[in-house]
Write a protein that binds this ligand. Structure first.
Ligand code: AMP
Ligand code: ZN
Length: 424
C-alpha cells in the first residue's frame, strides 16, 4: 500500500479509536479531558503528539479489566505479562482481535517464506505468555503444520525437531542457541531440515545471529512485539534483515525522547511508543514500551513501504529479561516481603551459563534466625525460591546470607549485578 494511502487509513482509524476510547473507557475519557482533546480535534496524524500517553502503571491502576473498551461478553481470550509487583499486566482480545493477531502473525511468518508444507516447531511458551499461541495461530493461518512444543524439555525438543521434520523454528534466541548446542552434542544437526527461525521476546545481537545461522544452517529473523500491544506480530524483519517492518496499519509507532516525551525525528534513538489502531478489547493510546530503538521510514529493498524499527538497544526502566521471562526487581522484592524470615535487602546476580541465563538471588536472613544453623538457612532458601517462582515464574538460585552482608549504598540501592555480556 502506498504511504499516502496508508496515512489516510491510519488517520481514519485513529479518529475512530479516539471516539471509542472517550466513549467507553473512563481512564481515557479522563486523560483526553485533561489533555483538552476531543475526537473532533484530530485532523492529521501530526495531532497524535497532542494525545496523552499510556504507561504500564495504568494497567495496574485498572487491574484487571478497567481498560476494556467492550463488554466482557465480547472477550474470548485473556493473556498476561509481568507487572512491576505481584499482579500481572492483563490483556484481553475479542474474536476480531484474535483474527487481527492471526493476520499479523501470518504476515510475520510469510516474511520468512513460511506456508503450506512447512513444519513449524513452536517452542515459545504456551499459556498466559503471548508467544506460543501467537505463533500457533499465525502458522495455522498460513497453512503450515504446527508442532505446539512450548518451552523446556530439550531432549524432547531435539527428537521432535528431527523426527517431525521441522523446517521452521520459533523460540527465544537464547533457547535456540541452547538447542543448537544440544543438537551438536547429540550429533543431530545434519539430520535437521530447518530453513528459517523467528527469534525474539528478548534482546540479542548480530553476533548471536551469526552463531545461530552457522550452527543451525538457517536464516535467523528478528521479531519484536509486546503483550500490551497484541503480542508477537507487531514487527518482523524481511529477508533483507535491516530492521523490523511494523504492521503499521494496526500499530502506529513513534519514537519519543524518554525525558521530555517530545516526538523525535526519524533516525533518532528514543523510546518506542505504540498506538493500536484496530484493537477492540483493549485499545491503547501512545503506549510507552520503555524499549529504546530507532525508526527508519526509508525505502527497503524488499519493496515493503512499512516503517522499520532497529534492534532494541536498551530499556528506560529496570526490567530484566531472563530466559525470555520479563522480571522487575520490584517483583522479586514483593516475593521476598512475603517470607517472614528474610530482610528485603537483596542483590540479583545475572550470569550466562554457557548459553542460558541464570539468576542468583542473594538475600539477608533476619537477625533472629541468622544463628539457626546451615540446615535452617538452606530450608529458608527453598521457601524463598518457591515464592519467587510463584510470583515471577522463574527458578532462581537463592543464597540466604547473614544479616548486614549485602553492601548498603548511600544513594539509590544497587539491586542488580548483570554479568551477562553483550548478549552473545
Ligand atoms: P512481553 O509483553 O512479555 O511479550 O514482553 C515484551 C518485551 O520483550 C518488549 O517490551 C521488549 O522489551 C522485549 N522484546 C520483545 N521482542 C524483542 C526483541 N526482538 N529484541 C529485544 N527485546 C524484545
Ligand atoms: Zn524489507
Amino acid at each position: 500500500m502506498p504511504r499516502a494511502e496508508r496515512g489516510l487509513l491510519q488517520l481514519r482509524r485513529l479518529k475512530d479509536l479516539i471516539a471509542r476510547l472517550s466513549e467507553r473507557v473512563p481512564l481515557y475519557r479522563e486523560k483526553l479531558r485533561a489533555a483538552g482533546v476531543t475526537p473532533g480535534d484530530i485532523r492529521s496524524l501530526a495531532d497524535l503528539a497532542r494525545l496523552p500517553f499510556t504507561v504500564k502503571d495504568d494497567f495496574r491502576q485498572t487491574y484487571p479489566y478497567g481498560l476494556l473498551a467492550v463488554r466482557m461478553e465480547e472477550v474470548i481470550r485473556v493473556h498476561a505479562s509481568s507487572g512491576t509487583t505481584g499482579k500481572p499486566t492483563v490483556v484481553a482480545y475479542t474474536r476480531q482481535d484474535v483474527d487481527t493477531w492471526s493476520e499479523v502473525m501470518a504476515r510475520t511468518l510469510m516474511a520468512g517464506g513460511v506456508g503450506r508444507g512447512d513444519v513449524v516447531h513452536n517452542a515459545y511458551g504456551y499459556g498466559l505468555f503471548t508467544g506460543g499461541l501467537g505463533f500457533h495461530y499465525g502458522a495455522e493461518r498460513v497453512g503450515a503444520a504446527v508442532v505446539p512444543m512450548s518451552g523446556g524439555f530439550t531432549d524432547r525438543q531435539l527428537m521432535a525437531l528431527r523426527d517431525l521434520g521441522a523446517t521452521v523454528l520459533c523460540c527465544t534466541p537464547s533457547y535456540a542457541l541452547h538447542l543448537a548446542e544440544a543438537a551438536e552434542e547429540a550429533g543431530l544437526v545434519r539430520g535437521l531440515k530447518l530453513r528459517v527461525g523467528f527469534f525474539g521476546a528478548e534482546p540479542w545481537t548480530e553476533a548471536m545471529r551469526g552463531a545461530l545461522e552457522t550452527r543451525l544452517n538457517i536464516m535467523a529473523l528478528n521479531i519484536y512485539g509486546l503483550s500490551e500491544v497484541i503480542g508477537p506480530g507487531v514487527s518482523v524483519e524481511c529477508l533483507e534483515r535491516r530492521g523490523m517492518h511494523v504492521a503499521e496499519d494496526h500499530f502506529l509507532p513513534e519514537i519519543v525522547d524518554p525525558r521530555t516525551l517530545e516526538p523525535l525525528p526519524p533516525g533518532a534513538t528514543g523510546e518506542l511508543v505504540f498506538t493500536t489502531l484496530t484493537k477492540e478489547a483493549m485499545p491503547l493510546l501512545r503506549y510507552r514500551t520503555r524499549d529504546l530503538t530507532t525508526l527508519d521510514a526509508g525505502p527497503c529493498r524488499c519493496g515493503r513501504t512499512l516503517v522499520r524499527i532497529g534492534r532494541i538497544t536498551g530499556r528506560t526502566d529496570d526490567m530484566l529479561i531472563i530466559r525470555g521471562v520479563n522480571v522487575y526487581p520490584s517483583q522479586i522484592e514483593h516475593a521476598l516481603l512475603q517470607v517472614p524470615d528474610v530482610e528485603p535487602h537483596y542483590l540479583l546476580v545475572l550470569r550466562r551459563d554457557s548459553t542460558l541465563d541464570t539468576l542468583e538471588v542473594q538475600v539477608e536472613a533476619r537477625a533472629a534466625i541468622a544463628g539457626a544453623g546451615r540446615d535452617a538457612l538452606a530450608a529458608l532458601g527453598t521457601i524463598v525460591r518457591r515464592k519467587i517462582h510463584e510470583v515471577v515464574g522463574l527458578t532462581a538460585d537463592v543464597s540466604v546470607v547473614p544479616p548486614k552482608t549485602i553492601e548498603r549504598s548511600l544513594g539509590k540501592a544497587k539491586r542488580v549485578l548483570d554479568l551477562r555480556h553483550g548478549g552473545s
